[in-house]
Design a protein around this ligand. Structure first.
Ligand SMILES: NC(=O)c1ccc[n+]([C@@H]2O[C@H](COP(=O)([O-])OP(=O)(O)OC[C@H]3O[C@@H](n4cnc5c(N)ncnc54)[C@H](O)[C@@H]3O)[C@@H](O)[C@H]2O)c1
Length: 442
């Protein structure tokens, strides 16, 4: 099949490279000329494990190309994916669909022969109807079917997720479009990934409902963690205790500093707006979004508490800035609100992230960027683990103690064990577990 992927960001680039790897002919299109020029040189615009190799091998084999021009790839395509951004609209939190609609107009103008136009971007219910209307208005003669095919990949494990999805959701009632979609995903179907065919509006809602549910699960365990701290229980044991129940499941039960990233924050808010528009308020999701917003700044108070209450003039080392490990994505990362709050309280912040330093500098121009975890810890009154990169899991605690002003760790991802930190002589605070507040032992 010939595929045009419009939008070559995290989703478009990974999906395009994976479809090429399945044997399809793919052109990834983007308006950002710098991005396309870099990709043509073999440079990845994002950090995603395994992506550079996957792209290089498919380019070499002639199945994957990049372009800033949409017209020719769309004209020749059997399937055109819309994978452009749908950020929160300034002011009201609705999904900003201007990129999707602009792409739909351009696609419509270039269509030739029967073409399936597929929305892969996360879009509110009814967007497919509007995309179809735009296409009909722009090109009444076009033979196109508009399909919803939301993407569920996770940054940091995107290739694996795309190639081994739990399910593929295809929203269309059009028989010809179903055939094209089945052919596109045939290699996955052979791996027994279920394809769920639904109506278009249903498919659009599946994506938001999934993200809102996962955000709710995270927020639920975060609140249970707060309760654990008050009553002397251990949230990790509670999570295991409930997660072993098959009806609940163990995933997304890791207490932490609150969810962030390019999807959960904007998608929960957009779903809330959709609920209001249709007079079906989603009160649970409203509570989740509000609780999560407050949580990130509350983590700064936890840091203040660990250093004795006052942050003014204190030096705080922050390890991990991206919203999760194995990505350079800083969108809505909890580190941003946390560091802003630390600075508001008068702290000096030294920071290190394995992949996100460049992006972080744009978001947080006032932090001192360090070359590694021990450099960040130099002279610090406390060290805070915000993102659980592998390389922060086995830090040399003696070395840390040697460079820090005082051995205080606030572990917002529960990477270390309190007993181990007590043995190493650290004051140690984590999330939903008993703190270690004893005087350092020798
Ligand atoms: N990032 C994720 O983990 C993830 C996961 C699932 C779904 N999604 C959804 O997928 C969509 C894309 O997300 P992303 O993170 O890949 O976004 P992104 O911002 O990384 O990439 C979007 C790209 O689209 C390009 N673009 C915008 N308008 C264009 C046009 N008219 N023609 C060509 N290119 C255009 C931009 O230049 C940009 O490179 C969003 O709706 C998002 O919610 C993202």
């Amino acid at each position: 099949m010939r595929v045009a992927m419009i939008g070559t960001g995290y989703v478009g680039l990974v999906s395009g490279a994976c479809f090429a790897d399945f044997g399809h002919d793919v052109v990834c299109v983007d308006k950002d000329a710098g991005k396309i020029a870099a990709l043509k040189q073999g440079e990845m615009p994002i950090y995603e494990p395994g992506l550079a190799e996957l792209v290089a091998s498919n380019v070499r084999q002639g199945r994957l190309a990049f372009s800033t021009e949409l017209e020719a790839p769309v004209r020749e395509a059997d399937a055109v994916f819309i994978a452009v951004g749908t950020p929160s609209r300034r002011g009201d939190g609705h999904a900003d669909l201007s990129y999707v609609y602009a792409a739909a107009r351009e696609i419509a103008a270039a269509l030739a022969g029967f073409t399936v136009v597929i929305t892969k971007s996360t879009v509110p219910v009814g967007t497919g109807d509007e995309v179809e209307r735009i296409i009909r208005e722009t090109r009444p003669d076009a033979d196109a079917a508009v399909v919803s095919n939301p993407e569920f990949l996770r940054e940091g494990a995107a290739i694996r997720d795309f190639k081994h999805p739990d399910r593929i959701v295809v929203g269309t009632r059009d028989a010809r479009a179903k055939e094209v979609m089945a052919e596109l995903y045939r290699p996955l179907y052979l791996n027994a990934a279920p394809i769920l065919y639904t109506g278009r509006r249903t498919a659009e809602l599946v994506k938001y409902a999934a993200n809102a549910f996962l955000a709710t699960k995270v927020t639920f365990i975060n609140e249970i963690a707060d309760l654990c701290e008050r009553v002397g229980a251990d949230v990790q044991e509670v999570a295991r205790g409930i997660g072993l129940d098959n009806r609940i499941g163990p995933k997304f039960l890791h207490a932490g500093p609150g969810y962030g990233g390019s999807c959960f924050p904007k998608d929960t808010v957009a779903l809330i707006k959709t609920g209001h528009d249709h007079e079906a308020p989603l009160r649970i999701v409203e509570a989740v979004a509000a609780i999560n917003d407050q949580r990130k700044r509350a983590m700064a108070r936890k840091v203040a508490h660990a250093v004795g209450g006052q942050l003014r003039g204190k030096t705080i080392a922050v390890l991990g800035l991206t919203f999760k490990p194995n990505t350079d994505d800083m969108r809505e990362a909890p580190s941003i609100a946390l560091i802003t709050a630390l600075r508001d309280m008068g702290a000096i912040v030294r920071a290190y992230d394995p992949a996100g330093m460049e992006q972080a500098k744009r978001e947080l121009p006032d932090i001192l960027c360090c070359s590694g975890p021990y450099a960040a810890a130099e002279g610090a009154d406390a060290l805070v683990i915000v993102t659980e990169w592998e390389q922060f899991r086995a830090l040399d605690l003696d070395r840390l103690k040697g460079v820090m002003k005082q051995p205080v760790m606030v572990d917002l991802r529960n990477v270390y064990r309190p007993e181990e930190m007590a043995r190493a002589g650290f004051v140690y605070e984590s999330v939903g577990r008993p703190p270690v507040r004893r005087d350092p032992v020798s």
